[in-house]
Design a protein around this ligand. Structure first.
Ligand SMILES: NC(=O)c1ccc[n+]([C@@H]2O[C@H](COP(=O)([O-])OP(=O)(O)OC[C@H]3O[C@@H](n4cnc5c(N)ncnc54)[C@H](O)[C@@H]3O)[C@@H](O)[C@H]2O)c1
Length: 886
């Protein structure tokens, strides 16, 4: 008899104990080879060798391409051993030679396919371009690394194929492995090890340990040096292994049992379905975990189907596995024969009708072989044990059903979910059924087809994880995230400040790409701007007030044939539905750029339209922070208020009725391409709106200046904006036709927009957003009313900055101490507002007094509040502020 040895650390060796066992040919029932029997010492040695090889990096640190080269050599060696693998698998595991002759070719092909994929396509390293964290800009990436030492435990039904999967996937991904073949079928895994040795896979990377399952399994699954266990086996064994692995929390991949349903729909090609049902069950003597052992047949064709299935099953030739004429060989071992006999008896006791088979075959010349014929049970109820428990042999249950829904319900009434089939002449109908079955694989008009790139694994108690395909390879890796701080100093770190009282962050990232064109008559530049942006089909977005003032028409005239339409349905304080309606119109008109003409409501709608138009779907899909990857639909803005600054900012503020609040689309990619500040477009703005929108700009400037992110670039913009508003707002109020002053207010709004897009705002904005959403207070009016109170609240934290506000407002601060000067800034703002006719109290804008406490709670959670000079976390303080201006 030929003798096989263990494979440890690159060498074929005898067991440390010297023990040997015999392996039996199930077709003859006689021993045909001896094998070294691994014990504890051998398991320890194999794990140590695997650990050494992994930790040394001799394999794990190779580049995926270098590893793939070696895997190809391995595949070539396997191909050379195809015949040896075939004959040995047949003798050791009872595979008919018709089948086993393919294992070498398939194994070698799998190594090449997945080896190539792992080296060229697998995402070993993935940049995460947007992290979703706005506070800590960083380069973020994912690196996939091998897990370490893997244990592979394989069953006796497909010893070579399962060894290829376990060894192949593990080593392709850079791991080392200790493989334990099934006790009764140890040989082909050792031949595969021979191929690996001949290919020069470094020693220790692959180790093969034939021996007793329980004893070796316990050592391998509990050893501290083992990082992952991948097992194919019964659900019972899988449960045990999961328990053992849990002590040291090892990763597991479990491919376990099944009791899959093969659903024959009433429109199936009956001959194809009968063949599919027999192939799905009797292939390899039914010793296949994903076999379709519950054939579900509609009542109206049931009798005919069972009859045809019987005829087909009886045509299947059972014989010695190395005879080329045999369709089915013996069962793999004596224990399995006993199990089948037990279940067939049980089926009869349960009341199922035995249609064919059901009795062991004794073959002339092979009297001790474990032969069993195809066996069919009809009139099976799904609740019977033969329909619920895995038999793992050539025994099929044919179950009657009425209607597709019942078929799905029966299919799903199982603790398993591994495979399954649907036979139908309608692919659409079959797919609908397939989608409803809770199982890992469904074949339509076929069965048992595996493919290297298609993942295999189970739902429910059929397993955990997947093998083959990208999903299977990923199971053999760890995921590591690496974060590299883009602004690596204590002063620039926004998040670390939560542990200190120093809230200021010294971080400058200036990103203000808008092309700003300002001055009387600059609207005529729009024609050229559209061309510069590479566009031809501009959709104008505006609101009814702006349209009524004739401003949309002016823009349309300037655009001439580039204007494809006007959307004028924008309400004050845009909501998501308005954005979607505008997008629908833009899509219909095939608009390639957006021109917004209006105040913040229109501009913000337009920003969201640009993003939704570019990326598809609805506006709500795109409410996010810093997620956009590419330039958005080009956007030209013509502001008509004095105003929001939105023409240069990175934010669109949209109302979400569903969320009951304002939501923010914040991203540098929403910053408009061009802003045309032509004062002709603000001449029609009534005094009330002139002052409230100017106070919005003033609030941006003051809050950017005092924000914890403030820095000199923004300080300059903010201070100049404050000066311009202080000087020009009174002039515009006194003479609404003063175009120069109007233009300067526009410029102030833009400068304040730049300042706050970089430095952010603060508590006044948080309070104003809340009043807008809860009580519909126009944003500018709300900002103005609360601003002086918030400035006073911030005095201890921003006295220097507030002093510079006072000076920009024309206050002579000479002789004042810093706090007095800071207070004077708030007084000066109040004076300006009063003179310009701005509402001064919340009661003036119809805020209910009993709503202030609630508003305070909302305000402290508003994002803007995070950047306030003085940390805000007490809603009581904010409520006091609201009350002070009620
Ligand atoms: N994205 C940003 O950077 C940003 C900044 C601040 C505010 N906002 C948002 O902007 C919105 C407020 O914008 P707004 O204050 O500019 O007001 P708005 O756009 O809501 O317009 C207010 C009213 O003024 C009318 N109007 C505008 N221009 C006119 C003109 N020239 N002649 C006659 N009527 C005219 C409009 O018809 C409208 O009825 C709020 O939703 C706020 O959240 C956005």
């Amino acid at each position: 008899m030929e003798h096989y040895k263990l494979f440890i650390d690159g060498e074929f060796v005898e067991a440390a104990s010297g023990d040997v066992f015999e392996t039996i040919d199930p077709g003859t029932g006689l021993p045909f080879a001896t094998v070294a029997k691994a014990g504890k010492a051998d398991a320890e040695a194999a794990i140590a060798a695997a650990r050494r090889s992994f930790d040394s990096g001799v394999w794990s640190n190779l580049s995926p391409v270098a590893r793939a080269d070696k895997v190809y050599d391995f595949a070539d060696q396997v191909a050379q051993l195809t015949l040896q693998l075939a004959i040995t698998e047949s003798q050791d595991a009872g595979h008919v030679i018709k089948l086993s002759k393919f294992w070498g070719m398939l194994g070698s092909g799998m190594l090449r396919n997945l080896g190539y994929y792992a080296s060229r396509e697998f995402p070993w390293q993935e940049e995460i371009p947007y992290s979703g964290n706005v506070f800590a800009p960083a380069r973020e990436w994912i690196r996939r690394e091998p897990i370490g030492v893997c244990v592979g435990i394989v069953p006796w039904n497909f010893p070579a194929s399962m060894a290829f999967w376990k060894i192949g996937l593990a080593i392709i991904m850079g791991n080392s492995i200790v493989l334990k073949p099934a006790t009764s079928t140890p040989l082909t895994a050792l031949i595969i090890a021979e191929a690996a040795k001949a290919a020069g896979i470094p020693k220790g990377v692959i180790n093969v340990l034939p021996g007793p399952g329980g004893e070796l399994g316990n050592i391998l699954c509990t050893h501290p040096d083992v990082d992952k266990i991948a097992i194919t086996g019964s659900t019972e064994v899988g449960r045990e292994i999961m328990k053992m692995a849990s002590d040291s929390v090892k990763k597991v991949t479990l491919e376990l049992g099944g009791k899959s349903a093969n659903i024959i729909l009433d429109d199936a090609d009956i001959d194809l379905a009968v063949n599919g049902a027999c192939f799905g069950t009797f292939f390899h003597q039914g010793q296949v975990c994903e076999s379709g052992t519950r054939v579900l047949v509609p009542a109206k064709i049931y009798d005919e189907f069972v009859e045809k299935m019987k005829k087909r099953a009886e045509e299947i030739r059972v014989g010695y596995q190395l005879f080329p004429t045999s369709h089915m060989g013996p069962l793999a071992n004596a224990a399995q024969l006993a199990t089948i006999e037990h279940y067939v008896k049980l089926g009869q006791e349960e009341g199922a009708k035995l249609i064919t088979g059901g009795k062991r075959i004794t073959m002339d010349g092979f009297e001790d072989g474990y032969y069993y014929p195809p066996t069919i049970f009809a009139n099976v109820k799904n609740s019977m044990r033969i329909a619920q428990e895995e038999i793992f042999g050539p025994v099929v249950c044919v179950i009657k059903y009425d209607g597709d829904e019942e078929a799905v319900a029966i299919a799903n009434d199982s603790i398993y979910g591994l495979g399954g089939g649907v036979f139908s002449r309608s692919n659409t109908r079959a797919v609908r059924v397939a989608e409803k079955i809770r199982t890992g694989t469904v074949w339509i008009n076929n069965y048992h087809i595996f493919a290297d790139f298609c993942p295999f694994g189970g739902y429910k108690q059929s397993g955990v994880g997947r093998e083959l395909g990208a999903a299977g390879l990923a199971e053999y890796t760890q995921v590591k995230r690496i974060h590299v701080n883009s602004f690596a100093s204590v002063e620039s770190n926004f998040t670390m400040t939560c542990l200190s009282d120093e809230t200021k962050v010294a971080l400058v990232q200036y990103n203000c790409p808008t092309n700003v064109i300002s001055g009387h008559g600059t609207i005529s530049a729009i024609y050229k701007e559209v061309v510069n942006l590479g566009c031809k089909r501009a959709l104008i977005l505006t609101d009814p007030g702006v349209k009524k003032a004739g401003l949309a028409q002016k823009v349309q005239d300037a655009l001439v044939e580039f204007c494809v339409g006007i959307f004028d349905d924008i309400a004050q304080d845009t909501d998501l539905e308005i954005v979607d309606a505008a997008v629908a119109m833009a899509r219909e008109l095939k608009a390639d750029c957006i021109v917004s003409v209006g105040g913040g409501s229109v501009i913000d709608t337009a920003k969201a339209v640009c993003v939704t138009l570019k990326n598809g779907g609805k506006c709500n899909d795109h409410i996010a922070l810093n997620r956009l990857q590419t330039p958005q639909t080009p956007h030209i803005v013509i502001p008509t208020t004095s105003g929001t600054g939105s023409e240069v900012t990175n934010v669109a503020v949209i109302k979400s009725k569903q969320a009951g609040r304002k939501v923010f689309l914040v991203d540098p990619r929403v910053i408009p391409n061009t802003a045309i500040l032509d004062p002709q477009f603000t001449m029609t703005l009534p005094p009330g709106l002139t002052v409230t929108t100017a106070m919005d700009a003033m609030t941006h400037a003051v809050e950017a200046l005092t924000s914890i992110l403030a820095q000199p670039i923004c300080d300059g913009q903010a201070l100049q904006a404050i000066r311009l508003i202080n000087d020009n707002l009174p002039k515009v109020i006194a003479n609404p036709k003063d175009e120069t002053a109007r233009n300067k207010l526009q410029i102030a709004a833009t400068m304040a927009g730049w300042a706050f897009t970089i430095a952010q705002v603060g508590l006044a904005h948080g309070m104003a957003h809340t009043l807008g959403i809860l009580y519909n207070v126009p944003h500018g009016a709300a900002c103005g009313i609360v601003l002086p109170a918030v400035m006073r609240y911030n005095i201890d934290f921003a006295a220097d900055k507030l002093t510079s506000v006072a000076q920009a407002m024309g206050v002579n601060t000479a002789g004042m101490d810093e706090k007095a000067a800071a207070g004077a800034a708030a007084d000066a703002i109040e004076k300006l507002m009063k003179e310009a006719g701005h509402p001064m109290r919340l009661r003036d804008v119809k805020v209910p007094e009993d709503g202030l406490d609630m508003a305070a709670i909302h305000a402290i959670c508003d994002t803007a509040t995070l950047f306030n000079a003085r940390p805000v976390s007490d809603p009581g303080e904010v409520a006091e502020l609201y009350k002070s201006v009620y």
